[in-house]
Design a protein around this ligand. Structure first.
Ligand code: SAH
Length: 181
């Protein structure tokens, strides 16, 4: 569903952000959407995530339009500058098959979200896949929901998409759209 929301808005030549590269699936998806005239800023704090993503991007022929950045997404504004961003994707939690203590945390996720919203162009969207089943997940999800509920509704439309008949700890999706002015 996050891919559908993003694909409905992003066109060739756009600039976008992957806030959590992980295994690089969203990075490759975004790089395919923006094409070789676009740009993907892709962040992760684990170099092994960036290495896996690099191979995936290279195999699918879209490494050229991707900037793989070994830095926390809380610093994204320093890398993105004044570039107008059409979409930002976050897939939170920990890297599957890796160290489960290397999780995303509210203290950095919320600053990242603020930076993402500042860089977003009108009609653009931020998506977050939010996990609650792991240690620390619930706290992070509560902070994100509180942050979204307090967003100015004249500027942003915040949505939540939830499975109703899934296992208890299933992730949910948040989408924050900058209202077109
Ligand atoms: N939970 C998802 C995968 C999430 S991967 C799933 O099950 O499919 C999340 C990625 O975020 C990890 O690779 C981790 O290294 C990265 N990460 C953690 N803190 C970060 C930060 N501050 N900035 C950027 N990436 C971060």
């Amino acid at each position: 569903m996050a891919h559908q929301w993003v694909a409905a808005r992003v066109i060739s030549g756009d600039s976008v952000i992957d806030g959590t590269v992980g295994n690089g699936h969203d990075t490759a998806f975004l790089a395919g959407l923006v094409g070789d005239s676009g740009l993907v800023f892709a962040f992760d704090v684990q170099s092994k995530a960036l290495e896996v993503a690099k191979k995936r991007l290279s195999d699918s022929g879209c490494l050229e339009q991707t900037r793989l950045i070994l830095d926390g997404h809380e610093n994204l504004s320093a890398h993105v500058g004044t570039t107008a961003i059409k979409a930002v994707m976050f897939n939170l939690g920990y890297l599957p098959g890796s160290d489960k203590t290397q999780i995303t945390k509210a203290e950095t996720t919320i600053p990242a979200l603020k930076g993402a919203l500042e860089s977003l162009s009108a009609g653009g969207i931020v998506t977050l896949v939010v996990y609650v089943g792991h240690l620390g997940g619930l706290e992070e999800s509560e902070s994100i929901l509180r942050f979204c509920e307090n967003l100015d509704s004249a500027k942003f439309r915040a949505m939540r998409y939830d499975p109703l008949n899934s296992r208890k700890a299933a992730p949910f999706l948040v989408g924050i759209e900058r209202v077109a002015s």
